[in-house]
Design a protein around this ligand. Structure first.
Ligand SMILES: [Fe+2]
Length: 213
């Protein structure tokens, strides 16, 4: 079984141990568990670059690790479907941010992490979900996780599509800065890559060089 691991300070209340042992989603869904761990690392790096205080980085890391916990409620045949989702399946999948926030709150995840989970699919231009928040109205932790989530998703090969090269991924994030993504978060990511801070995550400084069209 694939489980997420985290330090005990992530949680409050007697459910901490149980939640720490909770599978990322379906036990067979090793992608979600590994993806969540990478998103946490990217998010903490971006948060640190943006100057978040230790008291803010903690909830950010916890929210990043559990950002997709709501997928526990998504049927496995949809979650693991080796093809693009149809409209009905996509509607079910989209529920995961709200369900995840409710679940994290009820299980005792640090309170400041809960809105970051709820809003991790909001877009900077207000076209995201579940609430259509825009710009700085979106919690900063949620904006950071949105960038980290998209970054890792694009880099990673899935059953229905190949992972994209690092250069193309960063170009895509830059293109979406101000529309899908928070510009400050994308700029922070680019500074990290340029400084060589994310080499171990597959993003050497050369990744910033735009691909030849
Ligand atoms: Fe998500």
């Amino acid at each position: 079984m694939v489980t997420l691991s985290l330090d005990s300070t992530a949680l409050v209340g007697p459910t901490a141990l149980a939640l720490a042992r909770l599978p990322a989603a379906d036990p067979q869904d090793s992608y979600t568990a590994a993806h969540s761990r990478r998103v946490r690392r990217f998010a903490l790096a971006i948060g640190g670059e943006l100057g978040l205080a230790p008291g803010e980085l903690g909830p950010l890391g916890h929210a990043a690790l559990f950002h997709d916990i709501g997928k526990l409620a998504v049927p496995a045949e949809i979650l693991l479907k080796p093809a693009r989702l149809d409209a009905g399946e996509w509607a079910l999948m989209r529920r995961h941010s709200v369900d995840g926030a409710e679940l994290a709150g009820s299980l005792g995840l640090c309170g400041r992490a809960v809105p970051a989970i709820r809003h991790h699919h909001e877009r900077y231009d207000g076209e995201g979900y579940p609430d259509g928040l825009a710009g700085e109205a979106i919690p900063l932790a949620a904006r950071i996780i949105h960038v980290a989530d998209a970054l890792d998703s694009m880099l990673t090969t899935r059953p229905y599509r190949a992972g994209r090269p690092a250069r193309a991924t960063l170009t895509e994030l830059r293109r979406g800065a101000g529309t899908q993504f928070c510009p400050r978060c994308v700029a922070a990511l680019e500074r990290l890559v340029g400084g060589g801070s994310l080499v171990d995550l597959g993003l050497p400084p050369a990744s910033l060089i735009a691909p030849v069209p």
